[in-house]
Design a protein around this ligand. Sequence first.
Ligand SMILES: Nc1nc2c(c(=O)[nH]1)N[C@H]1C(S)=C(S)[C@@H](COP(=O)(O)O)O[C@H]1N2
Ligand SMILES: [Mo]
Length: 244
Amino acid sequence: MAADTPSVDAGDGTPVGRRILLGLAGLGVAGVVGGRAVQERLATWLAPIESRDPTGLTSLLPLGNTFRFYSVTGGVKHKRAADYRLDVTGLIARPATYTLAQLAAMPQTSLVRDFQCVTGWRVPEVHWKGVRLADILDKVEPIAKATAIRFRSFDGEYTESLTLAQARRDDVIVALEMLGKKVTHDHGGPVRLYVAPMYGYKSIKWLSGIELTAEVIPGYWEDTGDYDVDGWIGESNGREDEPA
Ligand SMILES: Nc1nc2c(c(=O)[nH]1)N[C@H]1C(S)=C(S)[C@@H](COP(=O)(O)O)O[C@H]1N2
Ligand SMILES: [Mo]
């Protein structure tokens, strides 16, 4: 089973009934579900179930090209816009903390790209907007020893990594908008990373920290050996997807 299929979590302790899941799978097999609107409604309705689905059965449903909501933790506390902070630390000359207002005041870059999860689902032409990570790096001035970045999430668990060269690409942004509107809480708002050329696991949600490091420190799914550290779409993880 795919490694990022969320598992039952102590979180709120509500296990998903096997009968519900089998019932839902039956619905799909019977072909009752159809149409984009219906699929989207079903996807939204299933999100809380899917996030606790130990069997991965919900991934068999005909949800179409819609986002799934992922979190390796049971629940993430909402962060109000006014309380949001992004700390930039580590091997840099000018450590900095950004508020949401400060990020919003920086030059914004828009991207329209497919979003591809390493487990197979892909959402076409997602609209993104945010600050180029390269612009933030220019401001904090990495010192010579810095070669990589460790990203942290205010979910308290998830981490990710990029090399400095990857981080400086034009299509890597600290995203304030996704799907044409402010990043919602479930999608990692108020601020998440978006690494366009790589699988979804690199796009850490609820971004809270950017730390410049001397070497790559493998992220949550990389440390477990589940996913490749370099997550290029179509050129990693043994997959052959079209680049996004
Ligand atoms: N903090 C955090 N970020 C995360 C994840 C997660 O579990 N926790 N899952 C990753 C994976 S595997 C994918 S495919 C995308 C999914 O983004 P979405 O939940 O907005 O659909 O988020 C990525 N970022
Ligand atoms: Mo993923």
